[in-house]
Design a protein around this ligand. Structure first.
Ligand code: PLP
Length: 391
């Protein structure tokens, strides 16, 4: 019997992948499945980005790159942060990682150990809690509430900090709720964090460029007071429809960058070279396709929210970011995971049960509107028929 470390008894998963596998299996058996489960754009990566990768391969970029990524790419990330957030950053503090997820893996490994507390949003991206559990640290959920439009509350977050808290994880715009935290709340939080100078902060801003109705994305990077302990997580997956390329980046403060670099050297040596050239083309090339995707998501968002609110016993707040709706299903009488499973098996609509995102996810399901308007409308009709027959 092989004995692995105790962390593997606690590590979790991302159920969206299990739902995707089941949906794919049902589709292969001939069922007509509409997938509103997985969180990935339904668009192709823009052509000029693909071409840059092909050219990199033809030009002979087949070898290792520096572990933290090629310098022109890190310079382009730095220039992009300057353009979007108005802050100067040093390309030497940037690490190119194989997908945004890897940054959370690195940050949680750096701070998680038995006795340490790590705060994370609940409901939130499931890997935060899974990784915290893996390290043996104590996961402390920060409630993300519907009545607060799924923004995080500075007061509630600050009230959970103790002298054991080593890392605070923030995410806005948020998965799975689509919530966006307004500037005033973030300012309040940053002010309160002054009392905790030894606390690291990881801000997951992977949906930074997907906000709607004029809602601004407020980056934690904009606050000088915390910049010396801020880890910024971002990447190409969502903005440029590049989920399968596995391209992300993180910005690390001076006191952590060498540790981040060493983790990269130990774990993956470097992200594959042609993908890095694709990432460079994404940042330095035309942005019109990326913008058009957001405009399209915005249109679908309205279709989803109006459609959900017209369903019996379902109510849905208007999400202001990302590409998810997180309707309240409590009045249907269904448990969220049971409903998600029944919708897939009986109605052919893949969605994710809220509890897959945390304790406070009970009573909600997550729909990704990264699917065509036509499919979204068909899915809503199927949900209506199902709920009418099964409530
Ligand atoms: N952070 C959040 C909040 C996400 O929703 C996701 C992906 O769904 C990620 C990070 C990871 O992105 P990537 O595919 O680049 O690893």
């Amino acid at each position: 019997m092989l004995k692995t470390i105790a962390g593997f008894d606690r590590i979790g998963e991302e159920n969206a992948f299990a739902v995707l596998a089941r949906a794919t299996q049902l589709a292969s058996e001939g069922r007509d499945i509409i997938n509103l489960g997985i969180g990935q754009p339904d668009f192709q990566t823009p052509g000029h980005i693909v071409e840059a990768a092909v050219k990199a391969l033809r030009d002979g970029h087949h070898g290792y790159t520096p572990a933290t990524g090629i310098l022109p790419l890190r310079e382009a990330v730095s220039a992009d942060l300057h353009k979007r957030i108005g802050v100067d950053t040093n390309p030497d503090n940037i690490v190119i990682v194989p997908g945004g997820k890897v940054t959370m893996f690195m940050a949680i490994l750096m701070f998680g150990e038995p006795g340490a507390e790590i705060l994370y949003p609940d409901p939130g991206f499931p890997i935060y809690r899974s990784m915290i559990e893996f390290t043996g640290a104590t996961p402390i959920p920060v409630p993300i509430r519907e009545e607060n439009d799924f923004a995080f509350s500075a007061e509630e977050t600050l009230s959970l900090l103790t002298d054991k808290t080593r890392l605070l994880i923030l995410n806005s715009p948020a998965n799975p709720t689509g919530g966006v935290t307004p500037r005033a709340e973030i300012e309040k939080l940053v002010k309160g964090l002054e009392a905790f100078p030894d606390l690291a902060i990881m801000s997951d801003e992977i949906y930074a460029q997907m906000t709607y109705d004029g809602m601004e994305h407020v980056s934690l990077l904009g606050f000088e007071e915390i910049r010396d302990r801020l880890i910024l997580l971002d990447g190409w997956s969502k903005t440029y429809a590049m989920t399968g390329w596995r391209m992300g980046y993180s910005l690390w403060p001076d006191q952590l960058i060498d540790k981040a670099r060493k983790l990269a050297v130990n774990a993956w040596s470097c992200v594959n070279a042609p993908a890095q050239f694709a990432g460079l083309a994404a940042l330095t090339g035309p942005q019109d396709e990326a913008r058009a995707m957001v405009a399209e998501f915005d249109k679908r968002r309205k279709v989803v929210v109006d459609g959900l609110n017209a369903l019996p016993n379902i109510s849905c707040r208007t999400p202001l970011g990302a590409f998810y709706a997180f309707p309240n299903i409590k009045a249907t009488g269904w448990k969220a995971k049971k409903l998600a499973s029944a919708l897939l098996e009986d109605a052919g609509v893949a969605v994710i049960g809220g509890p897959d995102f945390g304790i406070l996810g009970e009573g909600y399901i997550r729909l990704s509107y990264a699917n065509s308007t036509e499919n979204i409308q068909r899915a809503l009709k199927r949900m209506e028929d199902f709920l009418t027959q099964n409530s």
